[in-house]
Design a protein around this ligand. Sequence first.
Ligand code: DLL
Length: 433
Amino acid sequence: MENQYYQKEIETASPETLRKWQDERLVKQVRHVWNDLPYYRKKMEEAGVTPDDIKSRDDLYKLPFLTKDDLRDAYPYGFLAVPRKDCVRIQSTSGTTGKRVVAFYTKEDIDLWEDCCARAITAAGGTADDVLQVCYGYGLFTGGAGLHGGSHKVGCMTLPMSSGNTDRQLQFMEDLGTTFLCCTPSYAQYLGECVKERGLSDRIHLRAGIFGAEAWSEEMRRDIEKTLGLKAYDIYGLTEISGPGVAFECCEQNGMHINEDHFIAEIIDPETGKVLPEGEKGELVFTSVDKAAFPLIRYRTRDICVLHRGKCSCGRTFLKMSKPMGRTDDMLIVKGVNVFPSQIETVLMELGYTSNYQIVVDRVNATDTIEVLVEMTAENFSDELGKITAIEKNILSALKAMLGISAKVRLVAPKSIERSEGKAIRVIDKRKI
Ligand code: DLL
């Protein structure tokens, strides 16, 4: 069956056309925030910029950045840029500390967001023939609502499971013949473990899935594809910019296309704020050019990645972003050295361990300590002291080579690290408790 939601004219538009759309929409959007968002107008005034200074995206650099702190500052309604009666939805970030960030949507904003999710499902091969099971949380989190809406647009038979209750997830997956799965990669991996253990492989009929909302490696992709028997695609997004679907993977499974008709992406040096050329690694910044209720300009995501524009075999011309390589705020400073959890995951996966691990950072006698708990599988689990020491030593030296500092390694029994139904918690920083 023909893919139904391939917006070909938009998704394969020439770079000149895309640029024209972005230029026109940006100019309009800057007028909108100037007129309707006093918080941002003040920032523009402080930076000495007026809407007349913004004639195209080449002028974007003149505009001030926005950060999560700005959104928290203006909580709850300071960033609502339309009359309340025109706003039909509120969603919120999953943050556990500090004030939550709330995002607002008009009917048109929801439509735009669901379009983005429908494009993502379509790029992963989803059609109206699919039974699509959404196991992202519904409610304030954008995962459930976004993919649900996208699935409707594609015309899939949508199963709004929400997160949790793994037995029921698997039961429906088998009984209803789910073909398309949407959840976090860590939950997909857990579902894969369960399918393997319960010998369900022959009774499920998954063929594709889109997984995002947290970092995951290529090794994890291979593991999920093998245990669930599907093709696993990445999807990226954040509540502040709409939710899932800001960027999505296509058949190449090599970087995510950014929906450039709606969002302008920039990469900046996180220290200086200077815009970096395409191909350089830095912090991802988004400007939403046509959302009405919550129109963020130059929002600093804190995600570190690389942008790349090139020919893609799928035909899409949208710029691609790499998988985020970490976040500026999840970087741990241990004994003065910068440590990204993703570096530890890479080491473990390269040595053949699963992504079931935990990093515990503490401070003992004024010295930072870092311990990595590595879960063993039934196959590599052992009681023999000699074997344990050899495995620990091997991981330890690989970690030392990657991080430049010594970590402690503790092997833990199979299934002893708690599984997550949403985003996995992999770092426990006791220095902050
Ligand atoms: O996680 C939205 C989402 C839902 C995306 C479902 C994809 C699928 P927030 O809770 O606001 O929104 O968290 C946004 O999650 O800044 C990234 O750090 C991280 N993130 C999202 N997608 C990916 C991904 C949703 N594919 C934050 N890879 C972002 C790595 C991701 N990190």
